[in-house]
Design a protein around this ligand. Structure first.
Ligand code: UDP
Length: 480
């Protein structure tokens, strides 16, 4: 039989491209041909790692498709989700991604891959795959728990039973009692048909249910009940092959993920080396979250009040609101000079999390960050904002019991709705220094060990990948 060939086509957003690169690396390390499809601006996200892999005998190809930004009234070079200048333009971005279908199909015609692993946000790729009689496999970039909860909400609409936004409702037919409020749901969950996101996600869901299967960046031992539940409830196949980030073993791979790091890795490690074990709170909200100035101020005061040492990643705000003054409270940096580092820009997140000096991770609960924290054995302080982040928070706080929330209750694209410094400081102290801290730490360490075992030869995720390769090789006849 000829060598299998996988196409990987991620959405152009850091949280989607980073795990896809890891996925391509894993697949290629099993002798499969892997080709990543992206746009010219995003080539650099992959190229250094592809080059490093080449020296290890792991071959990954990259093919580029033009992205029609200007034609869709986006600024020139706006080829990545975090570069979209305002939320109103997200629909233009998705229109431009849909225009990639034709050039993408030309590539399929030219290369004859055996399957397409494409982003959930490219629903049209299900049709592309069908045209060539090859399987489309969806990469959601989230876990079993979140998909099970979202699907139950979609089918049962439990939010219709509450009389106010702040009243909690139980999500039915799940292995655990999960309670949410209406404010934590997306416009898609709430079926607000006029919302931009509604139409896109409607198509996404239809296409995903029709697809051959779903790859999960997760591992069986993390969410066994939801792995089983998903398999029972959904018709398509699923393979858990994560945590994907664990394929990055050396310092270079852990540092250069997605973007060039804004801090020198040696400087960062030297600072961490000088600290006591489990004494640092690492604070980072992924690639896309924006905060208003007043919320940043509140966060700064919460960090200071907690008395804990920290590394805080602050990103430039794109959707700046009127009347916002400077972000940090007067004198904050001077007062905390000995206690913390502020990274303005991009942090070497996995490198930091894997250092034994880190004792907790304050995160927006993007799935990659959540899983990277879990893989590092670090308790989490959760501050979800949008996408499926509120669901990931529930997994962390209510099911795994390895973290504490700051009390974020509103689904919003910019963090502006008053999480107060007292709540922030309280949540940090609970995971770092309270009587419960040891329990959080021990449970987090257990999941770290399970994650390590899962990716080893014979482990659940290792076998998940073997099954995926077998399933694809047995799918239909290869077209040449
Ligand atoms: N990341 C990073 N440095 C940063 C911010 C983010 O390396 O300063 C990486 C992080 O390790 C993760 C990804 O970017 O792999 C963010 O994905 P996630 O799903 O957590 O959040 P999103 O950005 O999609 O909201």
């Amino acid at each position: 039989m000829s060598r299998l060939h996988f196409f990987f086509f991620p959405l152009m957003a850091q949280g989607h491209m980073i795990p896809t690169l890891d996925m391509a690396t894993l697949v290629a390390s099993r002798g499969v041909k892997a080709t990543i499809i992206t746009t010219p601006l995003n080539e650099s996200v992959f190229s250094d790692s592809i080059e490093r892999n080449k020296h290890l005998g792991i071959e990954i190809d990259i093919r580029l498709i033009t992205f029609q930004a200007v034609e869709n009234d986006l600024p020139e070079g706006c080829e990545r989700l975090d570069l979209v200048p305002s939320p109103e333009l997200f629909k233009n971005f998705f229109k431009a991604t849909a225009m990639m279908q034709e050039p993408f199909e030309n590539l399929v015609k030219e290369c004859h891959p055996d399957c397409i692993v494409s982003d959930m946000l490219f629903p049209w790729s299900t049709d592309s795959a069908a045209k060539f009689n090859i399987p489309r496999i969806v990469f959601h970039g989230t876990g079993f728990f979140a998909l099970c909860v979202a699907e139950s909400i979609k089918r049962n609409k439990p939010f219709k039973n509450v009389s106010s936004d702040s009243e909690t409702f139980a999500v039915p037919n799940l292995p655990h009692q999960i309670r949410l409020t209406t404010t934590q749901l997306s416009p898609f969950d709430l079926e607000e048909e006029e919302a931009i996101i509604f139409q896109i996600f409607h198509e996404v869901r239809e296409a995903y249910l029709k697809s051959y299967g779903v790859i999960f960046n997760s591992f069986y031992e993390l969410e066994p009940d939801y792995f089983e539940h998903y398999t029972k409830v959904q018709d398509n196949k699923s393979w858990a092959i994560g945590p994907l980030s664990l394929c990055n073993r050396d310092i270079e791979d852990k540092t250069e993920r997605g973007k060039k790091s804004s801090i020198d890795k040696h400087e960062c490690l030297k600072w961490l080396d000088s600290k006591k074990s489990s004494s640092i709170v690492y604070i980072c909200f992924g690639s896309g979250v924006k905060f208003t100035g007043s919320q940043i101020q509140e966060l700064a005061m919460g960090i200071e009040d907690s008395g804990q040492e920290f590394i805080w990643v602050i990103r430039e705000r794109k959707f700046k609101q009127e009347n916002e003054d400077s972000c940090l409270p007067e004198g904050f940096e001077k007062r905390t000079k000995e206690k913390g580092i502020i990274i303005r820009g991009w942090a070497p997140q996995v490198l930091i999390l894997d250092h034994e000096g880190v004792g907790a991770f304050m995160t927006h609960c993007g799935w990659n960050s959540t899983l990277e924290g879990i893989s590092a054995g670090v308790p989490l302080v959760t501050w979800p904002l949008f996408a499926e982040q509120f669901l990931n928070e529930k997994l962390v706080t209510d099911v795994l019991k390895i973290g504490v929330g700051v009390g974020s209750v509103k689904w919003e694209l910019v963090a502006s709705e008053g999480v107060k410094r007292e709540e922030i400081s309280k949540a940090i102290k609970r995971v770092m220094v309270s009587e419960e801290a040891e329990g959080f730490k021990n449970r987090a360490k257990e999941y770290k060990e399970m994650a390590k075992q899962a990716i080893k030869e014979g482990g659940s995720s290792y076998n998940g990948l073997t099954n995926l390769l077998q399933d694809v090789s047995m799918y239909g006849t290869k077209i040449d």
